[in-house]
Ligand binder design. Structure first.
Ligand code: DQA
Length: 155
């Protein structure tokens, strides 16, 4: 059975590669996505990518994905630190949510030390640059496989 993983990126992440490369790296978002597509993943895993600079568009996407995806990976950019609306949208999702930040948000300015996304997430990965997305995809695949094994045992 096909399993879907949705990778969401929030504001300013479309600028990766050009934006503060010393903090966020030199790879563009398209290059990071390509690296994920080149990962050797189980055949039945489908990855969808979505990026928006708009809070409402991110929330719409999360709501639309309910019941259609098996895991969500999200780097909500600055919205992570203050968007209660995004937090609430993620809380309503019944699948694992993995938070990603390229930078180590806890070693930066104090306004980045709080993440409302974290409060709604299953877990998070931060500070590993673009590698964090690949770690998150691997974790999502593992969680999906474990969940399936439990479901099969219960049937
Ligand atoms: C970020 C960290 C946020 O604080 C920042 O606003 C971003 C990128 C990261 O990936 O390190 O836009 O989410």
């Amino acid at each position: 059975m096909l399993a879907r993983v949705l990778v969401i990126n929030g504001p300013n992440l479309n600028m990766l590669g050009r934006r503060e490369p010393d903090v966020y790296g030199r790879q563009s978002l398209a290059e990071i996505q390509q690296e994920i597509e080149e990962m050797s993943l189980p055949d039945d895993i489908e990855i969808e990518f979505f990026q928006s600079n708009h809070e409402g568009a991110l929330i719409d996407k999360i709501q639309e994905s309910c019941g259609l995806v098996d895991a969500i990976i999200i780097n909500a950019g600055a919205l992570s630190h203050y968007s209660i609306a995004l937090h609430d949208a993620l809380k309503a999702v019944k699948v694992p949510v993995i938070e990603v930040h390229l930078s180590n948000i806890y070693a930066r300015e104090s306004f980045r030390h709080q993440s409302l996304v974290s409060l709604a997430a299953t877990g998070g990965i931060f500070g590993f640059g673009s590698l964090g997305y690949k770690m998150a995809v691997s974790a999502a695949c593992e969680l999906i496989s474990r969940r399936r094994n439990v479901q099969e045992k219960n049937n």
